[in-house]
Design a binder for this molecule. Structure first.
Ligand code: SAM
Length: 326
């Protein structure tokens, strides 16, 4: 089935994970991700269902095994279930995941699961309703909590929650204890993630500070954590049902283990989050022999993958996360 050699970059890293951003529309305005609080214009979605399927199947033919759909907010696409059911049937796919802000997850979780989605990551920077609403430009915490419940009851497991760390003050507002209580009660995995400087105003808090706090206040045991192929280190807290994960791209970069390529909502293929340039997939997707043309671009992107994001980091030249997809 997989006649082509597996996608490997010039440093020997196997590329087995593809993130596809299906829209840059978003219903929230987290400052570190979508720094245009007043941007109400609605960009049209560039990638069609067929485009996403073509890109995914080209990647799978090159040995990619995991695909994550992201955005913008992917649940703003009404055809997301169709995308998922088309991807689910592709040979070679071992893991199909979604990253969402959870605002609209409650009423779609069961349908997403039926369509073939395996699991979800939900962004949730605070468990305090007012802090959450202020940080997200009007997000509804209760809706996300209903979304988490719906994901758990629909079998979208494991459920991982992403908390982006931008400053100590923001973390204090978000409150680690509330997240600790959550993993003690629910089988969810809360990952604290150092903010990446994709917008110039974004600061970050070293994730080690969360770990210091947890080790002072709780017994923490390093554990394997839920499978997912990502860079998180996981810890269990005395008897917790879930885990706490730490993702530290700034203070402990994991580029040597990087296994991914990204397709932005504009159809740009990025070798690295910080690549100043990208490969435009649209001419390939709209031309003859789209699958072969996309495979060639995937191979070129793998070769162009830098050894470390620090070698290419040029935040001013990089689109913000709501376009790249995180
Ligand atoms: N709208 C969805 C959501 O909120 O999860 C998916 C898109 S969002 C761009 C994907 C992930 O990127 C989220 O978990 C978000 O927290 C993360 N993210 C966005 N900007 C980031 C930054 N500057 N540093 C680290 N993570 C970031």
């Amino acid at each position: 089935m997989n006649a082509s050699p597996p996608l490997t970059d010039s440093l020997g890293r196997r590329i087995e994970y593809l993130r596809i951003s299906v829209t840059e529309r978003c219903d929230l305005r987290c400052a570190y991700c979508h720094p245009q609080p007043d941007a109400r214009s609605v960009p049209r979605d560039v990638l069609t269902v067929e485009d996403v399927v073509t890109v995914a199947s080209a990647a799978l033919r090159l040995g990619v095994r995991r695909i994550r759909l992201t955005g913008g907010e992917p649940l703003l696409r009404r055809d997301l279930e169709e995308i998922i059911s088309r991807l689910r049937g592709l040979p070679g796919l071992q893991d199909l995941a979604l990253t969402t802000n959870g605002q609209k997850l409650a009423r779609r979780a069961a349908g997403l699961s039926d369509a073939g989605l395996a699991r979800v990551n939900i962004s949730l920077d605070s468990l305090d309703a007012e802090v959450y609403a202020a940080a997200t430009g009007g997000g509804d915490l209760a809706a996300v909590c209903r979304g988490i419940d719906a994901a758990l009851s629909s079998g979208l497991a494991p459920v991982k929650l992403n908390v982006v760390l931008t400053s100590r003050a923001a973390l204090e507002r978000a409150g680690i204890p509330a997240f600790v209580e959550l993993v003690q009660q629910r089988p969810v995995h809360v990952r604290f993630i150092e903010a990446m400087p994709t917008c110039s105003h974004v600061g970050y808090l070293p994730a080690g500070e969360v770990l210091d706090f947890l080790s002072r206040e709780h017994g923490i045991i390093p554990v394997a954590g839920p499978d997912g192929g990502g860079p998180a280190h996981y810890y269990q807290l005395d008897g917790s049902r879930g885990t706490i994960g730490i993702i530290a791209p700034i203070s402990d970069p994991f580029c040597a283990r990087c296994n991914r390529l990204r397709v932005s909502a504009r159809g740009e293929l990025r070798p690295c989050l910080f690549s100043p340039g990208a490969f435009d997939l649209l001419p390939a997707l709209r031309g003859p022999d789209a699958a072969e043309a996309v495979m060639s671009l995937l191979e070129e992107a793998a070769v162009a993958k830098p050894g470390r994001y620090g070698d290419v980091a040029e935040p001013s030249g990089v689109p913000t996360m709501h376009v790249i997809g995180g």
